[in-house]
Structures are given as structure tokens and as C-alpha cells.
Design a protein around this ligand. Structure first.
Ligand code: NAP
Ligand code: MG
Length: 503
């Protein structure tokens, strides 16, 4: 952390941030002044200092962005290019993006408080997603020819791009959660309109820059900043063919309702409340080394993390001591400091919501084993949204903190008697996104992982894999991202029947 007393503005003014105040939207391949004169500040959640601003786009801005994407889809060359040529653009964009890693990381960190140890990997991660989807181009290169089972004819099965896609992202991973939609959409030949979250409107510009430098045709990618209300207009716009959303379950349900009425394809990556099952034979060294990443990543603001830790009665106190010791030893502070593990919550509203969850848990009888309050920090961080890393024990399955997503640096510990009870507890939530099983015998741990009713589970660690589907069950969403399965969401199929060709 810098010496206390450093002036907030000095801290940020000296940083190499290429974009601070923007008055434009990205349409037809150029940054164009927004029609709207309304603006929203971009605030550093570590200091409450407003350091940037963007337009709050209006319906004219949205209309311009959607029309641009529509024209590029209906008449432009992108959907008509060979998939391998589109893949080449994605690969070039990946190379360009890596060169922007530093300003991208600083911008992201000053938007949402993600520690630079995490945001510093954002460009590399996004580049690897572009490169992964580029490897899938051969899946699109030729039509399948499928003989009819009756032997009467054959059918050409074509994979066409689904059309103009609305990509709506949340603030917690503002680069990754755009790119995981954008890369398959672009490979498929779609055009897009991106609506970033209000808290994180600037970092997405580095993706636009990389794609522009890579030679993407004008109109294929469009960006409009604005509110949730603008997101709603985008979802309902008549020229949108598909919606891809990551965010809260509440907003996801609203979007699903709209798309249901419109019969508009939609993928939803929503909230989670995942469990870490610590089996009686777990190696506590493994638990210690994987704990922060798999249960509190990004100051607890990660959808799939296992924030409910299920601990066997037989080893309760020992495991709680490991958890408390590990969390207490992880430094909290200036997210620009590479040593920082826990930053601030991303907004005042988020901080208040986390503190309200903790207060509710206390009232319902949970024990605060670590933290539990707003963190007191030296200036200029005293004005930031810091919540103490917190461990709640004696949590029972009916408490709100055991059922609702907290989205802050808070772990809940629940006890179990036998493994059946652990699995039952893990599955006793409305969500089904992530999970992890810690166990000394990996064969047994894998068997337990198979019983966890969720889209992804790790054994002794958790890491996503660009080549494997990621998605939630029940209230955690609809559909998947990543892998060939994630590409399917951006395709529409067409069967062309013809007489069989004589050999
Ligand atoms: P959010 O409030 O649902 O917002 C997500 C995005 O939707 C933002 O761009 C938001 O715009 C926009 N939006 C708000 N209302 C809308 C509406 N009625 N129609 C269309 N768009 C609308 O979520 P958040 O608070 O940013 O993000 C946190 C949530 O995301 C958590 O629940 C977390 O679990 C979830 N998440 C899920 C995954 C996953 O892959 N499953 C990954 C990360 C996060 P504004 O920002 O302008 O309001
Ligand atoms: Mg929100």
C-alpha cells in the first residue's frame, strides 16, 4: 500500500490510463459522439475518487449501435468470410490485446477494485479465449452431409451465424465475461452490440481497440454504455436475434421473460452459491493453498466460488482454524499493490449489501470467527468500500447466508455428520453453478463430485477450462459458455435436402 496520506487524485493522475473521460459510443467501426448528454462517473472503489466518465446512452444511441450491427450482418462481409479468415482476425486481436495488458488491468482495477494480481492476467486470459475459439474454425468450415436413414436422399446440414447478438455483461470480470461471448459470436460470423455494466464501462474499450487493430470490419462490434434500462431496451430491440447475458438471477429472470415472449434465443449465466465439501480425509495443506482462489476469488465477487464450506463434525475445529488462519493471512488493501489479495467491494451498494448479510447472519445466530465489519483503512482508502474478510461459523442451512449469494469476502462454514449429509447440504440451494470437493483419496472425492448437482465441480482445486462447457443449473442459468458447446449458442442450423449423389 502507498504511504498513508497520499492524495487520492495524485494516486490516479500519475497512472498511464489512456482513457478517462469518454463522450462516445462505438458504432460502424468508429468512436462517435453519443446523442445523449447524460453522463455517469467512473469511481475508484478503493478511494471513492471519481476519475472517469462515460455517456448514459439513450434510445437513439442504442438504435445507432443496433442498426450498425444489423447492416454489418445483413450486408457486410464478416458473416460471409471463411471461418478460417475470421479465426485469423481473432488470433491477431489476441496478440494486440496482450500488448494492452497494463492499461487494461489498471482501468479494470480502478473501475471495480479487482486487485491487479488478478486484473493483470485479464488480457492474457482474454487472448487465450480468442485463440481457443479460433481453433474451432474447422467445425464451421464445411457442411455435414447426412444420408437419410431410409436411404432415399441426403441432407446438407449448414451452421449459419445466428445473427445480431446483444452481449450484456456484469462488473465483476468486465473483460472475461464479454470475451467469452464475443469470441464464439465472432467466430460464428455474428455481429454484436455490447452493453457493459455501469460500474465498468471503460475497460471494454481495449477489446475494441485490439479487434480494430486486427482488422475487424466496421459494424461487426458495437458498444453502447448506459443503464440497466438501456440493457432492457437492447434485449427487446426488434433487430436483435440473440441475447447473451451474465449477471444476477433477478435480472436474468426478467430477460428470460422478455425473450420468452419474443421467442428470442437467450443464454444466461447467473448467480451461484456453491459449496466446498471438505471430506474427513482432506489434506489441510491442499485446502490452505486452494482456499482463497476457489472460495474468495476477486474479494468474493466471483459467481462460481464455493463460499459455503461444509466441514465434518470430526475435524470441525481444526478445519475452521485452517480457514480462519488462511483468510486472516491474506493481505487486504490497495488493489493497485501487487501483493494485495482482498480489495474493496466494487461499489457502495455492494459493500452495504455484504454488511447487511453479515448482520443478518449474526441476528440468526451465526458466530463471527473472523472479521464481520467494514474495514478501517488509512487515507485515502478510508473512503473506500472495504469490508473485512469474514468467516462465519455455526451456520445452518436455513440461514439466509447459507442460501443467498453474498458476493463479498465472506465465507460460511456448515457442519455435517456423514458424506450423504454433506452432499445433501451441497445440493440444498436454488443454484447449481460451481463446487469443489477436498479429499485425500481422489477416487472417493471424484465420486462425491459426481453427486454434486451443478454445472462444474473441482476436485482439490477449481479452474475453468476454455475447452469445457461452463454453465449453471436451476437458478444459475440457461445454456453454457466455453467449449464447442458454447459456440453452438451463436449458430442456427439449416438442413438442405437433396437427391443422393451417385458415387
Ligand atoms: P446485474 O445487476 O444483473 O447486471 C448485469 C448487467 O445487466 C449489467 O450490464 C446491467 O446494467 C444489466 N442490466 C440490469 N438490468 C437489466 C435489465 N432489466 N435488462 C437488461 N440488462 C440489465 O448483475 P451485476 O450486479 O452487474 O453482477 C453481479 C451478478 O453477476 C452476480 O449475481 C453474479 O453471480 C453474476 N455473475 C454470474 C456469472 C456466471 O458466469 N454465472 C459470472 C459473473 C457474475 P447496469 O450495470 O447498468 O445496471
Ligand atoms: Mg447489479
Amino acid at each position: 500500500m502507498p504511504p498513508s496520506g497520499i492524495a487520492t487524485s495524485d494516486r490516479i493522475d500519475s497512472l498511464p490510463l489512456p482513457i478517462r473521460h469518454a463522450d462516445d459510443i462505438f458504432v460502424d467501426g468508429v468512436w462517435t459522439p453519443a446523442d445523449s448528454s447524460e453522463r455517469r462517473g467512473v469511481i475508484d472503489p478503493a478511494t471513492a475518487h471519481e476519475w472517469g466518465s462515460v455517456p448514459i446512452g439513450n434510445s437513439a444511441d442504442l438504435g445507432a449501435a443496433v442498426s450498425s450491427a444489423r447492416r454489418a450482418f445483413d450486408r457486410g462481409r464478416w458473416p460471409r468470410m471463411a471461418p478460417s479468415e475470421r479465426a485469423a482476425v481473432l488470433r491477431r486481436a489476441a496478440d494486440r490485446l496482450e500488448l494492452l495488458a497494463q492499461p487494461l488491468a489498471l482501468t479494470n482495477t480502478l473501475e471495480n477494485g479487482t486487485p491487479v494480481a488478478e486484473s493483470g492476467g485479464g488480457a492474457t486470459n482474454a487472448a487465450s479465449i480468442f485463440r481457443y475459439f479460433a481453433t474451432l474454425a474447422p467445425l464451421l468450415e464445411s457442411d455435414d452431409v447426412r444420408p437419410a436413414p431410409a436411404g432415399t436422399h441426403e441432407t446438407l446440414v449448414r451452421r449459419d451465424p445466428i445473427g445480431v447478438c446483444a452481449l450484456i455483461a456484469p462488473w465483476n470480470f468486465p473483460i472475461n465475461l464479454v470475451v467469452v461471448k464475443l469470441a464464439p459470436a465472432l467466430l460464428a460470423g455474428c455481429t454484436v452490440v455490447i452493453k457493459p455494466a455501469s460500474l465498468t464501462p471503460l475497460s471494454v474499450r481495449f477489446i475494441v481497440q485490439a479487434l480494430t487493430e486486427a482488422g475487424i470490419p466496421p459494424g461487426v462490434v458495437n458498444v453502447v454504455t448506459g443503464s440497466g434500462e438501456l440493457g432492457d431496451q437492447l434485449v427487446r430491440h426488434p433487430d436483435i436475434d440473440k441475447v447473451a447475458f451474465t449477471g444476477s438471477t433477478e435480472v436474468g429472470r426478467k430477460i428470460a421473460r422478455q425473450c420468452g415472449e419474443l421467442l428470442r434465443p437467450v443464454t444466461l449465466e447467473l448467480g451461484g452459491k456453491s459449496s466446498a465439501i471438505v471430506l474427513p480425509d482432506a489434506d489441510l495443506g491442499v485446502l490452505r493453498s486452494a482456499l482463497i482462489r476457489s472460495t474468495l476469488r476477486n474479494t468474493g465477487q466471483t459467481c462460481y466460488i464455493s463460499t459455503r464450506i461444509l466441514v465434518p463434525d470430526s475435524r470441525h475445529d481444526e478445519i475452521v482454524a485452517t480457514i480462519v488462519g488462511t483468510v486472516a493471512a491474506a493481505p487486504q488493501g490497495d488493489p493497485l499493490d501487487p501483493a494485495t489479495v482482498f480489495g474493496p467491494s466494487a461499489s457502495v451498494a455492494q459493500k452495504e449489501s455484504v454488511l447487511a448479510h453479515i448482520a443478518g447472519a449474526r441476528a440468526q445466530g451465526a458466530h463471527v470467527a473472523l472479521g464481520g465489519d467494514a474495514a478501517s483503512m488509512p487515507a485515502p482508502f478510508s473512503a473506500g468500500n472495504f469490508v473485512e474478510p469474514t468467516v462465519l461459523t455455526q451456520v445452518s442451512r436455513d440461514m439466509s447466508v447459507a442460501r443467498e449469494e453474498i458476493f463479498g469476502p465472506v465465507l460460511t462454514v456448515l457442519r455435517y455428520g456423514d458424506v450423504d449429509e454433506a452432499v445433501d447440504l451441497a445440493n440444498a440451494t436454488e443454484f447449481g453453478l460451481g463446487g469443489i470437493v477436498f479429499g485425500g483419496d481422489e477416487t472417493v472425492a471424484l465420486q462425491v463430485a459426481e453427486r454434486v448437482d451443478s454445472g462444474s465441480v473441482g476436485v482439490n482445486f477449481f479452474a475453468s477450462n476454455h475447452a469445457a462447457p461452463f454453465g449453471g443449473r436451476r437458478d444459475s442459468g440457461l445454456g453454457v459458455e466455453y467449449g464447442p458447446e458454447g459456440l453452438h449458442a451463436y449458430l442456427t442450423y439449416k438442413s438442405i435436402h437433396r437427391r443422393r449423389r451417385k458415387a
